[in-house]
Design a protein around this ligand. Structure first.
Ligand SMILES: [Zn+2]
Length: 180
């Protein structure tokens, strides 16, 4: 599991691993060529509401994923994220797949009623799927924002035909740093 990409990550031999990239950060696209050297599947999980506009100049400096989210949620800053054209390019690259990571990337770990949760999940998932469809992207894979793995979320996704679901069972690349 990779979020923002730092240069130290480029020294790791990931040839034995399926590599997942969360949140559609621009640093993932910036270092795409490197990861393509590994012959394993790579899945890029995108939140369809957090996209850099085509005419924006993206931030070439890697910043932490949590900071990029903070800048987006507080100030609508999108320049740490990929553009649709870049996401489509990845979708058309061998061994690369686009997966869903919700539309709004809402934090659902707080106390909200089951009714509110259910209606949010249904609406957000429908919006995500329709945003992908508009761009001609079909998804089979999904990973939960904040790895929040509620059974209700799984059920809503399953009802929409999304069954390949990733969560906290993945190994963070930070944990692999000293292991490989
Ligand atoms: Zn995320």
């Amino acid at each position: 599991m990779i979020h923002e990409v730092y240069e130290w990550m480029l020294n790791l031999d990931l040839s034995e691993y399926i590599i997942t990239f969360d949140d559609g950060l621009y640093s993932q696209y910036k270092y795409l060529e490197h990861f393509l050297k590994f012959n394993t599947p790579k899945i890029f999980f995108i939140s369809t509401n957090i996209i850099s506009p085509e005419d924006e100049i993206q931030n070439k400096e890697t910043i932490p994923c949590a900071r990029a989210h903070e800048l987006f949620f507080k100030n609508k800053v999108t320049n740490n994220y990929m553009k649709w054209s870049q996401i489509k390019e990845i979708a058309n690259t061998a061994n690369c797949y686009i997966g869903g990571h919700s539309h709004k990337h809402k934090d659902l770990r707080k106390n909200i009623s089951l009714k509110e949760l259910h209606s949010h999940l249904k609406n957000d998932t429908d919006t995500m799927i329709s945003e992908f469809e508009k761009k001609g992207i079909q998804i089979k894979d999904f990973c939960f924002p904040y790895n929040y793995e509620a059974p209700l979320y799984k059920e809503v996704l399953k009802q929409k035909g999304i069954t390949n679901i990733y969560g906290s069972g993945r190994i963070a690349i930070e944990e692999l740093k000293n292991a490989i």
